[in-house]
Design a protein around this ligand. Structure first.
Ligand SMILES: Cc1ncc(COP(=O)(O)O)c(C=O)c1O
Length: 386
């Protein structure tokens, strides 16, 4: 390995959400960012920019758009056009913009619980109704209830379906067939698909991510995709992401809101990191994926051997693993509190992602192995104390 993912970095007192909002002796394995240094080329690019010592208003250069276009083409064989790209300051602000552009009071947005909790927050803050096509959990695995999906999507108040592809927190990489079925039902019932693909690059071996918009011209024209290098390269604090939207009519609606809210600019450091990440750091990502795969295998093995009451939901993607605690007869909120108070471990209770997430915990494994081992020991100690 060229890069050292074992290196332990002290992130305390760095204005870091993950560590600086967590009590002193508690180990944070909650929010979705990684305890790894970014690729050295990103640090170098940022240092060069800092050394210039002038930080006035930026303009987004062609190289930024080329970086997004080239990444899609190189990694996924998907051709996108520069005019489809709307830069934004983060995927969550992008989701909110799109909800504002497509929904009015009285409309509904479809989601699939349990799902990234900010989908709910975004929809609720825009005073739009949430409707959920709950995922089905069977034999340690999640699948889609297509009958219910059609029931929900045919409600004419539903204007938007927010798809999480790949899915946080259940870790599914939706298959081509699953995406096709959902996409066809959305076209049939005039619902626009908003596909959040922020986790697209973090897929475990033997699984294949399919960009929703790549499936067909019809899907491309009926969808909006959100992406960012933030999860992939650990640069969430730099706030650079894109909305990809091929249909001009949709683009006009979205850019109107972006312009009204002045959220279509990116800070100068975000621009530098974005271009460097996508154009020069692919070898780092390939090594990261090997390291995450090892961490995932380590966790599965550790839990199977030492904490068999917990079941690990088959992980296909993301560095966020979803642990089934249904055998423990304790709610996820109560257990995560016990973990924090007694085990000194901070994870996220499954109920955060929807009522049907209450038998689960979400744990972040994007950390050096030594930290992961420590976290798993804390988890085991707490479970045995119950
Ligand atoms: C599915 C999904 N979308 C969006 C985000 C956050 O995106 P951003 O930090 O760009 O707002 C996350 C973070 O965990 C996520 O899991």
């Amino acid at each position: 390995m060229r890069y050292n993912f074992d290196k332990i970095i002290n992130r305390k007192d760095t204005n870091c959400s993950k560590w600086d909002t967590t009590k002193e002796e508690v180990l944070p394995m909650w929010v979705a960012d990684m305890d790894f240094e970014v690729p050295p080329k990103i640090t170098k690019a940022l240092n060069n920019r800092v050394n210039h010592a002038v930080f006035g208003y930026p303009v987004i250069p062609n190289a930024y758009f080329d970086a997004e276009i080239n990444w899609w083409k190189r990694r996924y064989g998907f051709d996108i056009k520069k005019e489809w790209i709307e830069p934004t300051i983060g995927v969550v602000p992008a989701l909110s913009t799109i909800v504002q552009a497509f929904c009015q009071k009285g409309d509904k947005v479809l989601i699939q619980s349990p799902v990234y909790q900010m989908f709910n927050v975004v929809i609720e803050r825009n005073e739009i109704e949430i409707i959920s096509n709950n995922l089905i959990y069977e034999n340690n695995f999640y699948k889609i209830d297509f009958k219910d999906f059609e029931e929900k999507v045919k409600d004419e108040k539903v204007k938007l379906f927010i798809l999480c592809n790949p899915h946080n927190p259940v870790g599914r990489v939706w298959s081509n067939e699953e995406l096709k079925k959902m996409g066809e039902l959305c076209i049939k019932h005039n619902v626009v698909v908003l596909s959040d693909e922020i986790h697209r690059d973090l897929v475990f071996k033997n699984y294949k991510y399919t960009p929703f918009a790549q499936i067909s011209e019809e899907f491309l024209q009926n969808s909006i995709t959100c992406t960012a290098p933030s999860k992939t390269f650990n640069i969430a604090g730099l706030k650079a992401s894109n909305i990809i939207v091929a249909k001009q009519e949709y683009r006009v609606k979205i850019s109107k809101i972006l312009n009204q809210n002045f959220t279509n600019s990116i800070n100068i450091f975000g621009i530098e990191a974005f271009i460097t990440a996508y154009e020069s750091c692919e070898d780092w990502l390939d090594e990261l994926l090997v390291y995450l795969e090892e961490n995932k295998d380590f966790l599965i093995d550790y839990i199977n051997k030492n904490i068999p009451k917990i079941k690990v939901v088959v992980p296909e993607s993301t560095y966020l693993l979803w642990l089934d605690i249904s055998n423990l007869n304790i709610g996820s909120k109560q257990l995560s509190k016990k973990l924090e108070d007694f085990g000194k471990l901070r994870v996220i209770s499954g109920i955060t992602y929807g009522e049907n997430g209450d038998n689960f915990l979400r744990i972040n494994i994007a950390c050096p192995k030594e930290i992961l081992k420590d976290g798993l020991q804390r988890l085991g100690k707490t479970i045995y104390s119950l």
